[in-house]
Ligand binder design. Structure first.
Ligand SMILES: [Zn+2]
Ligand SMILES: [Zn+2]
Length: 162
């Protein structure tokens, strides 16, 4: 069974949605999986699988890295989590339950993530899709570069080795 992304899901109880999702994949709603979801719900920033594994693993030595990775991928596939990819290929996640849509600027030096939302960009993306006869369901928009702090620290690279 494929769980279809439905915006109403985002407004309901994340735990109910999560157990429904697990059930649809023939997976048990284990304490470990629930704790991974809770971690993501509590996180104020974008967290990597390694960070979740390290923090939860401290209290629960039975927790496997694979469980963390698989649960996060499951949440992302179902549209309940957002995965953003850093310049070095590492991934961070954030949950999407009752959070408004936004996009990301990602610093290639310090991995700072800045959230932004620009109505003009949103509209342009939608009309570009419509012109192509494409029905957009969601999108991910990531801008890679240097944050203010890192840009100040690397003026030579920024100005092209002058
Ligand atoms: Zn930076
Ligand atoms: Zn974000």
């Amino acid at each position: 069974m494929i769980l279809i992304l439905n915006i109403n899901y985002m407004r309901t109880d994340p735990h109910a949605v999560f157990s429904q999702l697990l059930e649809s994949r023939d997976l048990k709603c284990t304490r470990q999986r629930r704790e991974i979801l809770d971690y993501l719900l509590r996180a104020e920033k974008h967290v990597t699988a390694e960070e979740i594994y390290r923090d939860l693993g401290r209290r629960d030595s039975a927790l496997g890295r694979a469980t963390v990775f698989r649960t996060l991928r499951l949440l992302e596939d179902a549209g309940f989590a957002n995965g953003i990819t850093f310049a070095d290929g590492r991934k961070a996640y954030e949950h999407k339950f009752s959070r408004p849509h936004h996009d990301h600027m990602i610093c290639v030096d310090c991995r700072e993530v800045i959230e932004f939302s620009n109505p003009v960009i949103e509209r342009l993306q939608d009309s570009a899709a419509r012109e192509a006869g494409f029905e957009p369901l969601w999108h991910r928009h990531e801008i890679f570069g240097r944050c203010r702090k890192c840009a100040r620290r690397a003026p030579v690279r920024k100005r092209g080795n002058k």
